[in-house]
Write a protein that binds this ligand. Structure first.
Ligand code: PFF
Length: 445
């Protein structure tokens, strides 16, 4: 079977950026920053992105590009048949389905809010009842399941239309639009009276507010937001011709991804501090703050509609990359068509997602595992704090120690020696050891 390839260099960069930029930046980063007290959490997250995230991003893409194979077979191609390193890919597959199952439900909430913005549901909101819309969504499992279905169907539709046709085309228009409107909201947020407080919340470190599990959450989020640790970037790298400059591309993606998260953070917390809202509101944070903002802003209805549409799109391009990990593996391993593989993976993800749907209502307090009480929190914690960082460590070890020097020299040959050394020290030692220490600290001390 001949494998598909990206149509252009820009197409690849946009698709990889499209995978990285998603709910992780616009929904998750603001809310976990709020829960973990701001500044110091943000600092650790930024440190991780550049010290650990970027080297692993380069390693993942290089593994995909060199092997031209899916996230599991890649390790057989580069090591040997039945290589134990394939375990990385298998763990990635499990992680992909777990994350996509709740990601799609949250994507459904965003779609639901897009509809709200069309129907004028934000018009009667006050600061006091800003959370009521999401509470309404939480208490309606059937509606959530329908939006979850719509979100996943859109994702499936794009995956089915293939690498070049669907994804590349839409990314080229919609990602820049998202950036433009976000920058507009960012500039507007400086006219709000809470903006100075937002900046100091986000950028001044206060050690008293951060716990060990907060540190692990910051490390885990740097993987989540860059789509690392589960083979997504291996898969996307495998659709790349063998000439691409991976270091420049990775730095660009990390820079874009981080900027968008920080800009979203400034916007959301300016609203929080201007209207006396709760910074620690949790997963509902943007669903209370954004409608409040659109209520304020001139032309807010229109901007609200546009913004929720664009967040939906950003979420779908990330979801597509998760589904693609499963589809590339299933269709190649079992030699079945993309259509069959996509339907199969999509169906399984949908069913698993129903566990997240009930986590906001009837199943809210179902058990006590790892400090979580429902499937939504459990899947999130398991994947972000454990599976992605563990996958990332193994990928960086594989790349740093197992891939032959010729490969490394090939990828890195255009760079000064000191940079190459720095990169190798990072993938061989710094990234794996740092992540292990953090996991150990949180789990055993
Ligand atoms: N990076 C995506 C986001 O920030 O929303 C989420 C994600 C996509 C995580 C793909 C992991 C992944 F493999």
């Amino acid at each position: 079977m001949k494998r598909a390839h990206w149509g252009s260099r820009v197409g690849f960069i946009l698709a990889a950026a499209g995978s990285a930029i998603g709910l992780g930046n616009l929904w998750k980063f603001p809310y976990i920053t709020g829960v973990n007290g701001g500044g110091l959490f943000v600092l650790i997250y930024l440190g991780c992105i550049f010290a650990v995230g970027v080297p692993i991003l380069i390693a993942e893409m290089a593994i995909g590009q060199k092997s031209q194979a899916n996230a599991i077979r890649a390790f057989e191609v580069l090591d040997k048949p039945k290589s134990p390193w394939q375990g990385i890919g298998l763990l990635g597959l499990l992680t992909a389905i777990l994350i996509l199952s709740f990601y799609s439900v949250v994507g459904g909430w965003i779609l639901n809010f897009t509809v709200f913005s069309f129907t004028g549901a934000f018009d009667n909101l006050t600061t006091q009842n800003a959370g009521s819309l999401l509470e309404g969504v939480f208490s309606a499992p059937l509606t959530q399941s329908i939006y979850h279905f719509v979100f996943l169907s859109l994702t499936i539709g794009i995956v089915l239309s293939g690498v070049k046709g669907g994804l590349e085309k839409w990314n080229k228009i919609l990602m820049p639009s998202l950036l433009i409107i976000l920058v507009f909201l960012f500039l507007y947020s400086f006219s709000l009276k809470g903006s100075a407080k937002a900046l100091s919340f986000l950028f001044s470190a206060d050690a008293s507010k951060l716990t060990a599990s907060g540190v692990l959450e910051a490390v885990g989020h740097s993987f989540f937001t860059l789509s690392l640790g589960m083979g997504t970037m291996i898969t996307y790298g495998s659709y790349l011709s063998k000439k691409e400059n991976l270091i420049k591309t990775s730095l660009m993606i990390a820079f874009l991804d981080t900027s968008i998260a920080l800009i979203a953070g400034v916007v959301i917390f300016s609203v929080v501090f201007s209207f006396g809202m709760e910074a620690q509101a949790g997963p509902g944070l943007i669903f209370a703050t954004l409608p409040t903002l659109f209520h304020q802003i001139p032309g807010g209805t229109f901007i609200g509609i546009l913004f929720f549409l664009l967040i939906s799109f950003a979420a779908i391009t990330s979801a597509v990359s998760m589904l693609e990990v499963m589809v590339a593996f299933i269709s190649e391993k079992f030699k079945i068509s993309r259509f069959k593989a996509t339907s199969l993976a999509g169906f399984a993800t949908y069913i698993l997602g129903l566990l997240t749907v009930i986590s906001t209502n009837i199943g809210k307090n179902s058990f006590q595992i790892l400090g979580t009480t429902n499937f939504f929190d459990l899947f999130d914690k398991l994947t972000s704090s454990y599976f992605l960082p563990l996958g990332g460590i193994m990928i960086s070890l594989f790349f740093g120690w197992k891939m032959s020097d010729s490969i490394k020299n090939n990828i890195l040959k255009a760079y000064p020696k000191w940079m190459v050394q720095l990169f190798l020290v990072s993938v061989r030692f710094i990234a794996p050891i740092a992540v292990l220490i953090v996991i150990y600290n949180e789990s055993f001390l």
